[in-house]
Design a protein around this ligand. Structure first.
Ligand code: NAD
Ligand code: MG
Length: 390
């Protein structure tokens, strides 16, 4: 039996992971499941999968979790330290599906105990790519991509030599506002940004898809994961979300990965790697689809993509600044304290402030520095919002 843990088990990726595991319960020994405020879901899954421990991220929900787990052998725990403790519990395979930079520290703890880390949490690589890869190397742990584009690239690279790779093309649906006139974007609402044309995902990544901040994070994730020069990474708008990524080689050949937009493709590939096993995903019918469209992204519409290029050129802690500023700007958008286009403006101004802050740009990429920088960038966004309100 394989020992598995799922961080962010109550979310969209977490639930899809549980769907796959629950279809074959005798193959898995579930160690830890973690969640946030949805205690009922967390307890329900911990019960049926007979997890060793269930952890809520919120200290003040421990009693609720204990009550929900009464009569079972599942331990209940809460808070940041409990998350890290759960990540240290020996497991063969750990799904990293917390949303945001909150996923970084548990992911590093899982790598330190040598687990294979299935990485849905792209923020981990955006904030601390070189540190995370070095941690994995040092502890003989493996990272497997779960983001659909990166899983697609990973699959297209099987048996290939990275030296023969000319470019990596990741696709983007264009999100909720792909066909909106540019002038209307300033007034886009949270509800409008929260509906995705093709994928059913958590609210935050759905809004990030509309702004392309998600793709911006993924470009950085591509650079870090595959160790490829930023100039060799391209983004292509592909409204149907069928081709997830393409790899171009020195001989001009291009290998792509196609599949229905269902995250169980990428989760299942990481779960069963290096094998391919049956997955309960819809099968493609290209004749029924008829056509696949591809369009170059309009940088005026998606300033996040330009910011990602700047971040890759800066390196160091700028990924942590970028991600945290984006997360906090998104908090303000969701709380209706900022408009849709204000998010990119705020992130850009925080990156500028980072450039001119003594000592930060050259500081070492340690977990402590990343977490401190993350905190600082969020504070700067809050200051920018207050300034605008005042
Ligand atoms: P979600 O919002 O549906 O779920 C997030 C999970 O993280 C929940 O279990 C929640 O309780 C937990 N969580 C939230 N804040 C936390 C905190 N501060 N500390 C600890 N736990 C916390 O998110 P999702 O859509 O499943 O995305 C999860 C990750 O996977 C993100 O990094 C996202 O970018 C990535 N991803 C998601 C998809 C998708 O289809 N949903 C696709 C590719 C990548
Ligand atoms: Mg993706």
């Amino acid at each position: 039996m394989r020992k598995v843990s799922i961080f962010g088990a109550t979310g969209s990726i977490g639930q899809n992971t549980i769907d796959l595991i629950a279809r074959n319960p005798s193959a898995y020994d579930v160690v830890a499941l973690t969640g946030g405020a949805n205690i009922a879901q967390l307890a329900h899954d911990a019960r049926r999968l007979k997890a060793d421990v269930a952890v809520t991220a919120y200290d003040d929900r421990l009693d609720d979790l204990r009550t929900a787990l009464e009569g079972t052998e599942v331990q209940a725990a809460a808070g940041q330290e409990a998350l890290i403790e759960a990540a240290k519990r020996p497991a063969d395979w750990v799904m990293s599906a917390i949303v945001g930079s909150a996923g970084l520290a548990p992911g590093i703890a899982a790598l330190e105990q040598g687990a294979t880390l299935a990485l849905a949490n792209k923020e981990t690589l955006v904030c601390a790519g070189p540190l995370v890869l070095e941690t994995a190397r040092k502890h003989g742990a493996r990272l497997l991509p779960v983001d659909s584009e990166h899983s697609a690239v990973f699959q297209a690279l099987v048996g290939e030599d990275m030296g023969a790779v000319e470019r990596i093309i990741i696709t983007a649906s264009g999100g909720a506002f792909r066909d909106w006139p540019l002038a209307d974007l300033a007034n886009a609402t949270v509800e409008q940004a929260s509906s995705h044309p093709n994928w059913d995902m958590g609210q935050r990544i759905t809004i990030d898809s509309a702004s392309m901040f998600n793709k911006a994070l993924e470009v950085i994730e591509t650079k870090e994961f595959f160790g490829i020069h930023p100039d060799k990474i391209e983004v292509l708008v592909h409204p149907e979300s069928i081709v997830h990524a393409l790899v171009g080689f020195r001989d001009g050949a291009v290998l792509g990965h196609l599949g229905a937009p269902d995250m169980r493709h990428a989760i299942g590939y990481a779960l069963h790697w290096p094998d391919r096993l049956d997955l309960p995903v819809p099968r493609l019918n290209l004749a029924a689809l008829g056509q696949l469209r591809f369009v170059a992204p309009d940088e005026a519409r998606y300033p996040a993509l330009r910011l990602a290029r700047e971040v890759m050129a800066r390196g160091g802690l700028s990924g942590a600044v970028f991600n945290a500023a984006k997360e906090r700007a998104l908090d303000h958008f969701i709380a209706r304290r900022a408009g849709f286009l204000d998010m990119a403006d705020m992130v850009a101004s925080v990156l500028d402030r980072f450039d001119t802050s003594d000592g930060l740009i050259d500081a070492a990429l340690t977990l402590d520095n990343v977490l401190q920088t993350d905190h600082l960038a969020r504070k700067w966004v809050d200051e920018a919002v207050l300034e605008r309100a005042g």
